[in-house]
Design a protein around this ligand. Structure first.
Ligand SMILES: Nc1ncnc2c1ncn2[C@@H]1O[C@H](COP(=O)(O)OP(=O)(O)OP(=O)(O)O)[C@@H](O)[C@H]1O
Ligand SMILES: [Mg+2]
Length: 490
């Protein structure tokens, strides 16, 4: 299939053949065209050319309602449930079960939702509102909905990006069950460990085109990477030794009831400090409090010896902090603004010194960073909304690096970023640290923490349970402190 958006060719020649009873991985670099292909199958976009068949029948969906009716379900990274409606109402949206007198039969709907959840081996209260459910539970509800519609094809576009380890395992168990029932599953992910654990077949895309399909058994990570990038990938963790300078960030006794407790640490110039721990341990909350997005009840944050007021991100930026949040699409990007405007937004003050802010000036400030991170987009003045997920993330990173901060707080620096650019992001962090930047990095990927950090702080249930030097930080020690937190300290 092919698809262009104006001058941008999103899909040149995308091919994918998925068998019933199979979990098929679809991999490729950011912007390779994976989501575009999926959106054509789902009826979000219409293809320009090519062949699309479902069960041997020519298919062409003009809307998501049509694709659903034909048995195609897509689970996105961020599900779109209606928060005010109950779990059950979300599952049966638009096709309520009717009882006598054509009244909506709520009891029958609850019972059916319970049956669906039991079949999936999960426990979710069908009567509760969708509001406040974890992303993992929301995805399960989308899957339950797909099953109730008897979907033959279930496509998951980066479903695990926001899940914890336990949640990923639960999703995989459900996926395997659906495979065993004879459904066809497509799984998109940038995490190779997941692809190898879950899938039986893999199709690789590059630059909008089909490259190859292979059985997972007998394919190595190296082979898959080579097919994806079509070139040698630089060392994934190019950590340089940096000279540590004076303390930049000092956090003392930071406290937020029920979230984190008595957190103290410091980050020096040239140092990369990794915050490790399980998803939900409180790492992002600590970062958000330090930067002043979230409040804290006690404790102190200083930058270069000067106190930084709480709950005041503007003051934090003035003090030299930059913060790249975990959920970059929601918190980090103005999706209607162009790439250049996004990046320049943060440095506007600097650019506007002359009193003039021209598009040329914006592009000049932004261009080098965007190029460095290989932001794939037709033009710097294209709206960020039209970029692939991974490329949107790169724009947010570029935007903050352009502010030339003293301290960079980065939450999950390479989530959703493809393997080639991962190495580039790591090299960039290492290089910037070498030039005296202090870095506080949160990451759920243990190899990333161990590969990049000079020091590893482990957080477990809101407490700092280990402070390990690069030499001390072995996978076993970090995992132990992350899971058996309190004993470690005692
Ligand atoms: N609505 C749109 N308008 C313009 N360009 C688009 C649109 N949607 C996608 N593109 C472009 O098509 C290309 C492929 O994007 P796509 O989202 O399919 O990539 P992807 O393989 O899913 O990448 P990622 O791994 O980053 O999610 C990108 O260059 C993107 O900018
Ligand atoms: Mg995508």
């Amino acid at each position: 299939m092919s698809k262009s958006f104006g001058p941008v060719v999103a899909l040149r020649s995308g091919s994918l053949e998925v068998a019933a009873g199979s979990i098929h991985a679809l991999v490729g670099e950011n912007g390779a065209g994976k989501s575009t292909l999926v959106k054509i199958v789902a009826g979000v976009h219409r293809r320009d050319g090519g062949v699309f068949e479902l069960d041997g029948q020519a298919a062409d969906f003009g809307s998501t309602a049509e694709s659903k009716a034909a048995g195609v379900a897509v689970i996105y990274q961020e599900p779109t449930l209606f928060p005010d409606l109950s779990v059950t109402e979300n599952i049966f949206m638009g096709r309520q079960i009717l009882g006598r007198m054509r009244r909506i039969d709520k009891a029958a709907m609850y019972a059916e939702a319970e049956r669906l959840f039991a079949g999936l081996g999960v426990h979710i209260d069908p009567r509760r509102p969708a509001l406040g459910l974890s992303i993992a539970d929301q995805q399960i509800i989308e899957i339950a909905k797909a099953i109730s519609l008897d979907a033959k094809v279930l496509i998951m576009d980066e479903p695990t990006a926001a899940l914890s380890g336990v949640e990923v395992e639960r999703l995989f168990t459900v996926a395997r069950q659906l495979r065993d029932e004879g459904r066809a599953l497509v799984f998109i992910s940038h995490r190779f460990d997941e692809v190898f654990e879950l899938c039986d077949t893999v199709t690789v895309m590059r630059d909008g085109s089909y490259i190859a399909t292979r059985p997972i058994a007998g394919t190595s990570v190296a082979e898959m990477v080579a097919l994806m990038v079509g070139r040698e990938v630089a060392e994934l963790f190019p950590k340089q030794e940096a000279e540590l300078g004076e303390v930049v960030l000092e956090v003392t006794g930071l406290e937020s009831t029920g979230v984190f407790h008595d957190i103290s640490f410091s980050v020096r110039r040239g140092e990369i400090v990794g915050l490790a721990g399980l998803v939900g341990a409180g790492r992002s909350e600590i970062a958000r409090a330090v930067f002043g997005v979230d409040p804290y009840e006690a404790g102190r944050v200083t930058m270069k010896g000067v106190a930084v007021p709480a709950k005041n991100p503007r003051a934090a930026i003035r003090a030299g902090m930059a913060f790249i949040p975990e959920d970059r699409r929601k918190q980090g990007l103005v999706t209607e603004a162009s790439v250049a405007q996004n990046v320049a937004g943060v440095i506007r003050r600097g650019l506007a010194r002359t009193g003039l802010l021209t598009r040329g000036a914006e592009n000049r400030a932004v261009g080098p960073w965007a190029a460095r991170l290989e932001v794939k987009t037709s033009a710097l003045d294209a709206p960020a909304r039209t970029m692939s997920g991974g490329n949107q993330q790169k724009v947010v990173i570029a935007k903050w690096l352009a502010t030339e901060p003293d301290l960079l707080i980065i939450d999950e620096p390479t989530r959703g970023i493809d393997v080639g650019t991962k190495a580039e992001v790591h090299r960039l962090l290492s290089e910037l640290a070498g030039q005296g930047l202090a870095v506080l990095m949160i990451s759920s990927e243990l190899p990333e923490v161990l590969g990049m950090a000079d020091r590893v702080l482990v957080i477990s249930e809101g407490r700092l349970t280990a402070d390990l030097s690069r030499a001390e930080a072995t996978p076993e020690r970090v995992m132990h402190a992350a899971t058996h937190g309190s004993q470690e300290v005692a």
